[in-house]
Design a binder for this molecule. Structure first.
Ligand code: PNS
Length: 168
């Protein structure tokens, strides 16, 4: 069985991520979308919220499973017996960062974890989770960037944060 892991922050999942997930799901028997539980990085959504959003937006892709992991990707991949990591490349600007992650994983895993890059569909080449958050923060329209369920959750989150700020 050919299995792959698609790791990331997914804060939140965008149409760009979904494009990669769906294409990877055609190439592999099972794709595990793994949300990094990174305490050092401030995120808009909790790991549980990100996992739930991913589960919801991939519910029509039967060979996709969503999980979260803490620590090194190579350790999680080894526990799951997965030897291929998937990453998306939007533009040449992503390359250096991605190459560094891929080479590090290959070295640390002693060759056990390789990386397959999928080039993001051109229509999503401009998309990033941080861009989505900035647009939503300033009340812009994110409906072209994320699925309706995620849009709802992002707007809800900013409404919540604004309420909390007001009540302080
Ligand atoms: O969506 P992101 O934030 O670009 O994803 C980065 C991610 C999660 C793939 C990367 O930071 C990662 O795998 N972190 C886990 C820790 C790890 O294994 N580090 C060694 C490779 S850099």
């Amino acid at each position: 069985m050919k299995r792959a892991i698609y790791p990331g922050s997914f804060d939140p999942v965008t149409f760009g991520h979904m494009d990669i997930i769906k294409r990877a799901a055609i190439m592999f028997d099972e794709v595990v979308v793994a949300v990094l539980d990174n305490k050092a990085k401030t995120s808009l959504f909790s790991v549980e919220e990100r996992v739930k959003m991913l589960q919801k937006v991939t519910e029509d892709v039967p060979n996709v499973r969503v999980d979260s992991f803490y620590g090194l990707l190579i350790n999680y991949a080894a526990r799951e017996n997965i030897h291929v990591a998937i990453r998306g490349l939007r533009a040449v600007t992503d390359f250096e960062y991605e190459l560094q992650i891929a080479q590090t994983n290959k070295l640390l895993s002693k060759g056990s974890l390789d990386t397959v890059f999928l080039t993001t569909d051109l229509k999503y080449a401009y998309l990033s989770s941080s861009g989505v958050k900035e647009i939503a923060y300033f009340d812009g329209d994110i409906s072209e960037c994320v699925p309706p369920y995620v849009e709802e959750k992002v707007l809800e989150k900013y409404r919540e944060l604004r309420m909390n700020q007001k009540n302080r």
